[in-house]
Design a protein around this ligand. Structure first.
Ligand code: NAD
Length: 253
């Protein structure tokens, strides 16, 4: 029996990258999954490939009305959601002095407001279901600062903080809430944010203790753990998977 048998999950930003890897791992462990994204083409393709265990729903995480539709859809097709992965995220590179307000707001709307709306949307259904697990994907930028990432870093610190508030409020309802902090992971997010330029991730990967960047599947395994009963006593916590990136500080020789 899979570790997620009987679970109904909503995964945002699930059409590709780490979200896609989480969806594949969830289905392999027996969950039913609503794949939510704004990338309808890739999202539908993934749902078609996975058959009865997954459905695709267009969901812009920053839009309140989209959340209501998505929760209604998943409840109607699979039952009350018991797992939410707030994974959708965008990146914007710019130094503080030249960061436009519109870009700052765009990042916060997806990364921070998206996670807020997502958590708020599942409180009712998860309470009715008798409990659940919310997994908020932050970053190492939710633990330490990074130049040229003012908006992203703000949003990822916010996710870490909101996770703790939600965990404290929802523990009595048997809803666990944790944050995940990946280091550099091999997806298209960074090259997309750099305007499509291919970035040599391997060079950056050499700087961490494990000497390489991470794979989406390595984050997916952590997310499966947090979604499953294996993590039944974990809430309000930060789960770091960064190859050792945050084990040091800037003063290393
Ligand atoms: P990705 O760009 O491959 O995937 C992000 C997905 O989110 C895409 O499918 C995209 O269409 C979707 N998305 C964007 N805006 C959306 C919106 N408004 N509503 C719904 N979906 C939306 O990136 P990824 O690397 O898989 O990132 C997944 C998460 O992991 C993000 O929250 C990201 O910040 C975080 N993260 C990534 C890295 C990394 O190095 N790749 C490191 C740390 C944290």
């Amino acid at each position: 029996m899979g570790r997620l048998e009987g679970k109904v999950a909503v995964v945002t930003g699930a059409a590709r990258g780490q979200g896609e890897a989480a969806v594949r791992a969830f289905v392999a462990e027996g969950a039913k999954v609503l794949i939510a994204d704004v990338n309808d083409t890739d999202g539908k393709k993934l749902a078609d490939e996975l058959g009865d265990a997954a459905i695709y729903q267009h969901l812009d995480v920053g839009e309140e009305a989209d959340w209501a539709t998505a929760i209604e859809r998943v409840t109607g097709e699979f039952g009350l959601p018991t797992v939410l992965v707030n994974n959708a995220g965008i990146l914007h590179f710019a130094e503080l002095a030249s960061t436009k307000l519109a870009d700052y707001e765009r990042v916060v709307k997806v990364n921070q407001i998206g996670a807020f709306l997502g958590m708020r949307s599942v409180v009712g259904p998860m309470t009715e279901a008798g409990g659940g697990s919310i997994i908020n994907v932050s970053s190492v930028e939710g633990l330490a600062g990074m130049p040229f990432l003012i908006a992203y870093t703000a949003s990822k610190f916010a996710i870490r903080g909101m996770t703790k508030v939600a965990a404290l409020e929802l523990g009595a309802k048997n809803i666990r809430v944790n944050s995940v902090h990946p280091g550099m992971i091999d997806t298209k997010m960074i090259s997309d944010a750099a305007g499509g330029i291919e970035i040599d991730l391997a060079r950056v990967g050499k700087k961490v203790a494990l000497g390489r960047v991470g794979k989406p599947e390595e984050i997916a395994r952590l997310v499966v753990f947090l979604a499953s009963e294996d993590s039944s006593y974990c809430t309000g916590s930060e789960f770091v998977a960064d190859g050792g990136a945050t084990a040091t500080h800037a003063l290393k020789i």
